[in-house]
Ligand binder design. Structure first.
Ligand SMILES: Nc1ncnc2c1ncn2[C@@H]1O[C@H](COP(=O)(O)OP(=O)(O)OP(=O)(O)O)[C@@H](O)[C@H]1O
Length: 296
């Protein structure tokens, strides 16, 4: 009886916390209704001013403007704390800007149905979150209706994400249960599962946060190849940390002084000897010595 009582009390405590979570209301209204069948994925920030609700006195963006044409790949670079992740959070509508607008195909984000919006946006973060369930369920979770996903579709997504082989090598294959936050898997493996999840969703808009942590050479190649497949066809915003990624994008936006300080093609930005992008690249030792020599 006494052990049952303590279990009951633990359960009650957990239950209370769960209800508190379920009862939470969004801080701003999520009542946009607009949806469309023909999403093209053109993104535009116009004069966006933003500070986090918890730190109103620290502005993150003031009058930031940026256009990402539909179907293009935009790299976002900037020093640590310049607001790269914040830009992605605003696109996902985790926050609303204090002033200015963010639009998709000319439609204000606030007028779009948030559930519909998020079903068309895929994200792969630096530290992907995997749930404590099977790998198959973790991949199928990306789909709008995970229950209707066939095994064939899961295999296909895993193959394209270069994850199929290592999953098959586990004794229980796709039924392998990954621990809380996927502790059983390496960083590169977790990322490839997150990429398979995003591939299954086949989103029109893709937000990527490239991992800064060093992957071993083989993992890095496999992750990079999978990302390239994922990036085909949609509009992509990638927080880029690798020179090879930056070189393969259509344009680069440099965040500095709370706005987009420079935006253009990688080669053009690099050619400006006094430009911010050039300085940033040199600081981050992105440029190899021989490339620097060639540019001088
Ligand atoms: N939830 C939050 N509440 C309050 N301030 C925040 C929050 N998240 C980020 N910030 C602040 O906003 C600024 C921009 O952070 P952000 O994470 O967007 O930068 P970043 O360019 O992505 O940085 P990094 O390259 O280090 O990941 C930082 O000064 C950070 O301290």
């Amino acid at each position: 009886m006494s052990s049952f009582y303590s279990e009951l009390m633990k359960g009650l405590g957990a239950g209370t916390r769960l209800w508190e979570l379920l009862d939470r209301k969004p801080e701003f209204p999520l009542n946009g209704q607009y949806t469309t069948d023909q999403l093209r994925g053109r993104l535009e920030f116009s004069d966006v001013t933003f500070s986090y609700p918890t730190r109103k006195e620290v502005p993150i963006f003031s009058n930031l403007s940026l256009v990402v044409p539909s179907g293009s790949v935009m790299a976002v670079v900037g020093s640590s704390g310049s607001g790269k992740s914040t830009l992605v959070s605003l696109l996902l509508r985790l926050y609303d800007p204090d002033a200015g607008t963010i639009t998709i195909d000319g439609q204000d984000l606030r007028d779009l149905n948030p559930y519909w919006l998020r079903s068309h946006i895929g994200t792969v973060s630096q530290e992907p979150v995997l749930f404590s369930c099977s790998i198959r369920e973790n991949i199928a979770y990306g789909a709008v209706d995970p229950d209707s996903v066939t095994m064939e579709e899961v295999y296909r997504a895993a193959r394209m994400a270069n994850a199929h082989d290592f999953i098959q090598d586990f004794p229980r294959g796709f039924d392998t249960v990954v621990g809380e936050k996927g502790v059983l898997l390496s960083g590169g493996q977790k990322q490839r599962i997150a990429i398979a999840r995003a591939l299954l969703k086949n989103p029109k808009i893709l937000l990527l946060d490239e991992a800064t942590s060093a992957l071993d050479a083989e993992n890095e190649f496999l992750v990079q190849e999978a990302l390239e497949r994922l990036m085909e066809g949609g509009t992509v915003v990638v927080i880029a940390h690798r020179l090879s990624t930056i070189q393969n994008t259509d344009a680069v936006a440099v965040l500095a002084s709370r706005r987009v300080a420079e935006c253009g093609r990688h080669a053009d930005l690099l050619a400006d000897r006094h430009g911010l992008f050039r300085k940033l690249m040199e600081k981050q030792a992105f440029l190899q010595e021989d490339q620097k020599q060639a540019l001088h």
